[in-house]
Each structure stands twice: as structure tokens, then as C-alpha cells.
Design a protein around this ligand. Structure first.
Ligand SMILES: [Zn+2]
Length: 412
């Protein structure tokens, strides 16, 4: 089967989508449910309809565009990603997986391919945690990973409840209906920029993702005793910040201690109270992010950190409490989807490398309801979530053609 990708069309579509932004291109700001986001969606829906796809939206705002297959009862082959963008970011994160996939579908249509299973493009709502503090809201709810009650309790940064925000964006209806029925998708594949440096550095055209790492986020509160920086002598101190500093080093030691490059630990938020140079810190808030591609290994790191906290608390006479903010399980990708992608690369004679996705994606959640894999294209200097984020037209086209062939295999 001859499939021709219109490379210029993908580039032009990405450029058009970049005009829907609160900041001027190439600086993209498109926060979910904002006016820019809604205008972008309206344009995307028209593009999908113009390609003969049947468009629907669920009460949360997930957008589905379906090419009906000959077997209406069979589970669909899903593809897609997100179009929301964090403030001051770039034009390729997520959007490549929507507009690249749309061109894959158009290319399959032009080739004369007739799918047995339906092929469905999905633009997930609220992948970025910018507005509600939780990532992958759309895919989380599609797979039943977040209950309608918990979702309804979410508030945005201005304390406006999710229901009010989505209603204002013309999404109504019960959130109970967002969860997809069993078997809705027979497989799912997401095209995405790598957001890392490996493919570019190794000069490899594509990455086939075999597992997706997931973060565990912890908040740790350390309480000691404040006092005058001159009057309280060192032996009498219960300095909360020194306890926090030891915890931060314990995080590094635990992450390095697995001896596996996939384990990473970050202590990226530190708030010191009262926050004055001449006052002994009486309280510190830390937030940690621990990631791994294997759940057991990640949980072992978490246990090690918690043991370190207990020891530090005793030794320094501090109160240390830890709360898990989030602990999604990492995902293994579906062998049949990986096979379809490998076969497609072989047919197109495009070099690829199997890899781990260290960033978080909607596919993490889709993998709970269907065999899922991801296809990565290189991005310049591995940069993402920045205005200078860039993927070359050739790489976009490589991704789109391999995605198209893989979907053809999975939909036959
Ligand atoms: Zn993304």
C-alpha cells in the first residue's frame, strides 16, 4: 500500500494551531478551557469534519473524531494527544500527536485503505496540570482513574469549581458518562515529541516507547522550633531546614542507589518558615517527585525515603509527616501495538530505537483500558515546554507515516 504524507500540511496545521494562543507565536499559552483553547478546538473540529470524520465531545471536553470502519461492533483503534499548552511553551508538545495523526488518517483515506475497525482521533482535555493541579484529567476520567465525585471537587487556581469552568466553556452533562465502556478501544497509539535528547543525539529517526514512567509526588512537612539566630545556641536547636536538607540528600541517595538510570528523584519545592535570615526555621514544606519505569523499584525508593525521614526526625528531634499527593503506576506498553509500529518502521525503512518515556502522557492512562504504545520523534536539543521547542518537518512526516501504517495494521 502506497501512503503519502503531506509534510507541508502538518507544518501549516501546526502553524495555524499556534495562532490560538494568549501569547504571540512562537510563545504558546493555551490553558485548558480558556478562550484560546476554545478557538483552537473549534478550528480543530472543522478540520476533522472537513476530512470526513464524525466529531463528538464528552461532558468534560474530550474530543473524538471517528473514521467509521466496516465492522461497527469492533473496538476502535485510537490515536491522539492534547492541544492544551502550559504558559510560555512551544507549539509541538501534544499538538504533533493530534495534527500529525490527523494527517495520518487523511493519508490512509487518500491511499484507498478501508478500515475494518474504526479509527478514532482523540484530543484529550486538560493534559497539563496548569489549571487544576492534576495532569491528564481527560484520559484519567476516560479510563475510570478519577471518580466523577473527585473530579467535581476539583477547583482551578482561582478557586472556581471544575463544573463551573466546563459549563462556561459549553461542556455540560454528567461526568459519570465520561468513562469509556469496556472494549471501546482495541488499541491506542500516541505520537509525541520525545521531550528528551536521545533520538537527536543518537541520530535515530523514531523512538518506540515500551514503558511509560510515572511520578509519585510527596509533600513532607518538617516541624522544629524557631528562635533568635543569635540567642539560641547550636546544641539546643531543632532547625527544621537542616532536617529538610538531609531529606533532600536522602532522596538523591535513594534514587541513585537503585543503580538504574530510569530512577529519578527531585526535591523541587522548598518553603521555609518564617523565611528570615535571622530566624531559625521552625517549619519547612518540601515537595518531592520520584519517577521510575518500574512500580516495585519506585515504591522501594519511597520506602527508603520514608525510613530516612523517621531517622532524621529522631536524631534531630523534629516532627516529620509525609503525604502522598499522587502515585500513578507506570505502564508497560502493549506488545501488539509495539509490533505494529516496528513493522511499519521496517516497511518504511526508518530506523528506530525502543525507549522508556520518562515524561507523563495520556497514554499512561489509556494503557489501563487498551493495549497502548507511543511513537516518539526527535525534538531539537531535547527541549520542550519552552518557546524554542522544535521538531523538523521530516521528523513529523516520519512519525505520521509510521503511525498511519501501524494504524492500518491494527485496524485491519
Ligand atoms: Zn504532551
Amino acid at each position: 500500500m502506497q501512503i503519502n504524507i503531506d509534510e507541508a500540511r502538518i507544518v501549516a496545521d501546526l502553524e495555524k494551531l499556534a495562532t490560538f494562543s494568549d501569547t504571540e507565536s512562537p510563545v504558546i499559552t493555551r490553558v485548558v478551557y480558556s478562550e484560546s483553547d476554545q478557538k483552537a478546538r473549534a478550528w480543530l473540529k472543522e478540520e476533522c469534519k472537513a476530512s470526513g470524520l464524525i466529531v463528538r465531545e464528552d461532558p468534560l471536553g474530550n474530543l473524538f473524531a471517528r473514521w467509521h470502519g466496516s465492522d461497527a461492533a469492533a473496538g476502535a483503534v485510537g490515536t491522539g494527544s492534547h492541544i492544551d499548552a502550559i504558559p510560555h511553551s512551544g507549539r509541538f508538545d501534544g499538538t504533533v500527536g493530534v495534527l500529525g495523526a490527523l494527517e495520518s488518517i487523511r493519508a490512509l483515506q487518500r491511499s484507498g485503505f478501508q478500515p475494518r475497525r474504526s479509527i478514532e482521533l482523540l484530543a484529550f482535555i486538560s493534559e497539563e496540570p496548569t489549571r487544576f493541579g492534576i495532569g491528564c484529567l481527560g484520559s484519567r476520567m476516560l479510563c475510570g482513574g478519577l471518580s466523577p465525585e473527585k473530579a467535581a471537587a476539583l477547583k482551578d487556581r482561582q478557586e472556581v469549581p471544575l463544573d463551573a469552568v466546563r459549563n462556561a466553556a459549553h461542556f455540560s452533562g454528567p461526568l459519570e458518562t465520561v468513562k469509556l465502556p469496556a472494549g471501546y478501544y482495541s488499541s491506542f497509539v500516541e505520537l509525541h515529541i520525545e521531550q528528551g535528547p536521545i533520538l537527536e543525539r543518537e541520530n535515530i529517526a523514531l523512538g518506540i516507547v515500551t514503558s511509560i514512567a510515572a511520578p509519585a509526588a510527596l509533600r513532607i512537612l518538617i516541624e522544629g522550633e524557631g528562635g533568635h539566630a543569635g540567642a539560641v545556641l547550636m546544641p539546643a536547636r531543632r532547625d527544621a531546614f537542616l532536617g529538610a536538607a538531609e531529606i533532600a540528600l536522602a532522596v538523591e541517595a535513594a534514587a541513585k542507589g537503585t543503580g538504574v538510570i530510569d530512577t529519578v528523584g527531585t526535591c523541587g519545592l522548598v518553603e521555609v518558615f518564617p523565611g528570615l535570615a535571622n530566624s531559625i526555621p521552625n517549619k519547612v514544606k518540601l515537595e518531592l517527585d520520584i519517577r521510575d519505569s518500574e512500580l516495585a523499584r519506585r515504591d522501594a525508593v519511597l520506602r527508603e525515603i520514608s525510613q530516612a525521614c523517621e531517622q532524621i526526625a529522631v536524631r534531630r528531634k523534629l516532627e516529620i509527616t509525609s503525604t502522598t499527593l499522587n502515585a500513578d503506576a507506570p505502564a508497560s506498553c502493549g506488545p501488539e501495538v509495539i509490533d505494529a509500529l516496528e513493522k511499519a518502521c521496517a516497511e518504511e525503512k526508518i530506523a528506530y530505537q525502543k525507549m522508556v518515556s520518562r515524561a507523563y502522557h495520556d497514554s499512561l492512562f489509556m494503557s489501563r483500558i487498551a493495549p497502548t504504545a507511543m511513537l516518539f520523534i526527535p525534538c531539537k536539543n531535547g527541549v520542550s515546554h519552552r518557546p524554542d521547542e522544535y521538531a523538523a518537518p521530516r521528523d513529523l512526516a516520519n512519525g505520521a507515516i509510521v503511525l498511519a501504517r501501524a494504524m492500518a495494521t491494527l485496524a485491519s
